[in-house]
Design a binder for this molecule. Structure first.
Ligand SMILES: [Zn+2]
Length: 318
């Protein structure tokens, strides 16, 4: 076979690469995303069973109505309420019976950067008692683990030991690429609602929905900077009251940006998730971890973009 001269080959490669780039930019309908929800099944509702059930049902109903797959990361601490344990565990059965996947987010949400490794590992084991059994009853396997606060350990030794622990327990770590700090809106939203300020709650809801587009734009930009293309994104949001009443609107915003919805497993099959990112720093999004490994720096200040009045309205309604 005749080999073309190197310059021509190079020129062809460049032409192809720029064609691919143009295609990636011109075809936003090719965007894909896996939805994950943390602090499930309903964050911060350790007393009121009705509200706990209502939040979880709002999230599940929204995803089902939109036919969007999702993985829900559970803190089993939320189930351990006197007199409510069975009713709370039944909520998890609802998720599984609707075909949704559950993952372990530890029992009580500690940070691996702040407590000893052995305590953290205990917390992981304690966090799978009910979900593992419920999944086994349905012939399903518990696969996913997500670090609370995305903190993956203070030193290389701790990180390696915990990675070994996860492997022994057959867990895969679920990374995150899109994180629009929903909890910074969700806390104030619930507080002002309970303080009898529905108009202010509505204002926060609008500000939250307004932020989503901006934060997606940032994640897409960073993805192109780091990987040269838009990776299948992995969204992190929380099982909050705010999301239980806005999830269908958020999904509509994502669809408008050209996203279709895939499972976490499918997103993770993209090469972007098998390297070069490693858990080499003490935590963060997959983009931050990848940038750390590559010695690059990504600027993503979603926290800084949350309006001050939103944060303050939560404080004054405590
Ligand atoms: Zn969490």
């Amino acid at each position: 076979m005749k080999v073309p001269p190197a310059p021509r080959l190079l020129a062809a490669a460049f032409a192809l690469a720029s064609l691919c780039r143009v295609a990636a930019q011109a075809l936003p309908e090719g965007r894909r995303i896996a939805v994950t929800l943390d602090d499930g099944p309903a964050v911060g509702e350790l007393k009121d069973l009705d509200r706990f059930q209502r939040i979880s049902a709002g999230l599940l109903g929204s995803l089902e109505a939109e036919k969007v797959p999702a993985t829900i990361f559970i803190n089993e601490r939320q189930l351990s309420v006197e007199g409510q344990r069975d009713a709370r565990a039944a909520v998890l059965a609802n998720w599984l019976d609707a075909g949704y996947d559950l993952g372990n987010h530890t029992y009580s949400h500690p940070s691996l950067n702040k407590i000893p490794l052995w305590q953290f590992e205990d917390n992981v084991v304690q966090g799978e008692v009910i979900i593992r059994a419920l999944m086994a009853e349905r012939g399903r396997k518990l696969v996913w683990f997500r670090y609370p606060f995305l903190d993956c350990g203070p030193t290389p030794e701790v990180r390696q030991k915990f990675a070994d622990f996860l492997e022994q327990h057959h867990y895969r770590v679920a990374p995150v690429t899109v994180d629009y700090k929903d909890y910074m809106f969700a806390g104030p939203y619930s507080r002002v609602l309970r303080a009898g300020k529905p108009d202010l709650a509505e204002k926060i809801r609008q500000a939250y929905l307004g932020a989503i587009d901006v934060e997606f734009g940032e994640a897409e930009r960073i993805s192109r900077e780091l990987f040269g293309y838009e990776v299948p994104q992995i969204l992190l949001i929380h099982c909050s009251e705010l999301n239980s009443v806005t999830l269908r609107d958020s999904i509509a915003i994502m669809r408008k940006r050209g996203y279709s919805f895939i499972t976490l497993e499918d997103a993770m099959s993209d090469p972007a998730y098998s390297g070069p990112g490693k858990y080499t720093s003490d935590g963060g999004s997959w983009f931050e971890l990848t940038a750390d490994t590559l010695g690059k720096h990504v600027v993503d200040d979603a926290e800084g973009r949350v309006p001050k009045w939103v944060i303050e309205s939560g404080h004054s309604s405590r």
